[in-house]
Design a protein around this ligand. Structure first.
Ligand SMILES: *Cc1c(COP(=O)(O)O)cnc(C)c1O
Length: 461
């Protein structure tokens, strides 16, 4: 018998799966439990790092050197308070890592203030909502039909903080908000905050125009760069803070290729002070400094190799989209970013198409599009290039990949083995900073491999 109780509010297929796993867990001895965990870690490596091509733009591989920081004895050390005035003793090294990570984030994003004590992108958005709004206030946010994220809506952190979200009007010809209609709406509902930035971004968003509208009604502007932060860090995209966003939030594990986590950056001292108090003593006591160290390593990769990586993500996405369209697949619009979408009506919906591609060892997921809806599913399929570029794929590899996607959507099991065999040509993590013998950082476009000696000794060898 599992200890976990039945949860009637969870959909039956999920709850059935949970109960089967919990019941098997309850049967195992501690030794068998450990063996099972090891087996699952290996299986996950096989799925992601050996068998599958991951076209989900919400994921990435990490530089092994950043990943090593996650198991370097940092994460279990509590660290309360500001550096230089820590409550607990022995934090002289850890408080330096905390400041290095924040400084590097500020440098990479051209921001005056960086908050890194943020567990996730969702919590980064909560920080932004708390810094700009009171419960009961109204915000305007992109709707799900243009990739608007749940964190900005009732079910997510906006709703948890009791904000009232009014969906932004959509420009049906561009995958972003309609600024003229937004102006009318903003004067009508008087929001405290207008958010922009989605889970699918095809064109630059009209940030400076949104800022003008926000100024007219006394609102602040939040740019949610959960997906775009890599392109922003690599200067392959608009710089939202420069264009007038008061705050920018992001996830650190998507296009940024760092550890799971979030961050908030701003140039506004008043907002920075509020965010600082929200982070501590507000919503974190201690925070995960292992993650902060991994983020610092990730930022060094961006400083050294970021422009090349971001440009390659964009170029590779454009080529893959073109190749898919040439094969007759229904490309939605097009893209100028690292991600794009296919209209998924012909496959019965985006999640349905993604489950089919899963059988072909191609990983994707659904997304909303401002197009005819599909019963019981989203109407788009989202694809992106952060991971495939970081494992070494180039634009010239995209005709092959497009062929696998097109066939995989029709006869997935016929291509599974070929997809995996083809994928195995690519390995390691590219676009990392490597320490050369001259003790200077050089772009490492060849793959970084785990090298424990180098990980603990950055001196020239
Ligand atoms: C993924 C995502 C988030 C949430 O980020 P997590 O780090 O997963 O919590 C927030 N906003 C948008 C637009 C996203 O796509």
């Amino acid at each position: 018998m599992a200890a976990l109780a039945h949860r009637p509010w969870v959909a039956e297929p999920s709850e059935h799966r949970v109960r089967a796993i919990a019941a098997a867990t309850a049967q195992r001895t501690p030794a068998a439990q450990l063996a099972e965990l090891d087996r699952l870690v290996t299986e996950n490596r096989r799925i992601h790092d050996v068998d599958s091509v991951n076209l989900n733009p919400a994921t990435n591989v990490m530089n092994p050197r950043a990943e090593a920081m996650l198991s370097a004895g940092l994460g279990s050390r509590p660290s309360l308070g500001h550096p230089g005035d820590k409550y607990e003793m022995g934090l002289e090294a850890i408080e330096q890592i905390e400041v290095i990570a924040a400084e590097l984030v500020a440098e990479v994003f051209g921001a005056r203030y960086a908050e890194i004590r943020v567990p996730s992108g969702a919590v980064a958005n909560l920080y932004a909502f708390m810094a700009t709004c009171e419960p009961g206030d109204t915000i305007i946010a992109p709707p799900p039909s243009i990739g608007g994220h749940v964190t900005h809506h009732t079910g997510g952190s906006a709703g948890q903080y009791r904000l009232n979200t009014v969906p932004a009007p959509v420009d049906p010809h561009r995958y972003t908000v309609d600024v003229d209609a937004l102006r009318v709406l903003a004067h009508e509902v008087r929001p405290k905050l207008i958010t922009i930035g989605s889970s699918l971004n095809l064109v630059p968003h009209p940030v400076s125009k949104i800022r003008e509208i926000a100024d007219e009604v006394g609102a602040k502007v939040l740019f949610d760069a959960a997906h775009l932060c890599g392109l922003i860090a690599g200067h392959a995209w608009q710089q939202p803070l420069e264009e007038g966003a008061h705050l920018m939030t992001f996830s650190t594990y998507k296009s940024l290729g760092g550890p799971a986590g979030g961050a908030v950056v701003t140039n506004d001292a008043e907002l920075a002070e509020r965010v600082d108090r929200i982070a501590f003593p507000g919503l974190t006591a201690n925070f995960d400094v292992a993650k902060s160290a991994a983020l610092a390593v990730t930022m060094i990769d961006w400083q050294v190799a970021g422009r090349a990586y971001a440009a390659a993500m964009v170029e590779t996405a454009a080529r893959l989209a073109d190749e898919l369209a040439a094969l007759g697949l229904p490309l939605y619009g097009g893209t100028t970013s690292h991600q794009f979408a296919l209209s998924a009506q012909r496959w019965g919906g985006g999640q349905h198409a993604a489950r089919t591609l899963r059988e072909a060892n191609i990983l994707t997921c659904g997304i909303g599009l401002p197009a005819p809806s599909v019963d019981g599913d989203v109407n788009g399929l989202r694809l992106g290039t952060p991971e495939i570029v970081r494992i070494g794929m180039k634009p010239q590899d995209m005709p092959d990949l497009a062929g696998f996607v097109a066939r995989g959507l029709v006869e997935p099991l016929e291509v599974t083995a070929d997809v995996s065999a083809w994928r195995r040509q690519f390995s390691g993590v590219h676009y990392t900073a490597s320490v050369s013998t001259r003790r200077q950082l050089a772009v490492n476009t060849s793959a970084a491999q785990i090298d424990p000696a180098e990980a603990s000794d950055p001196a020239p060898r």
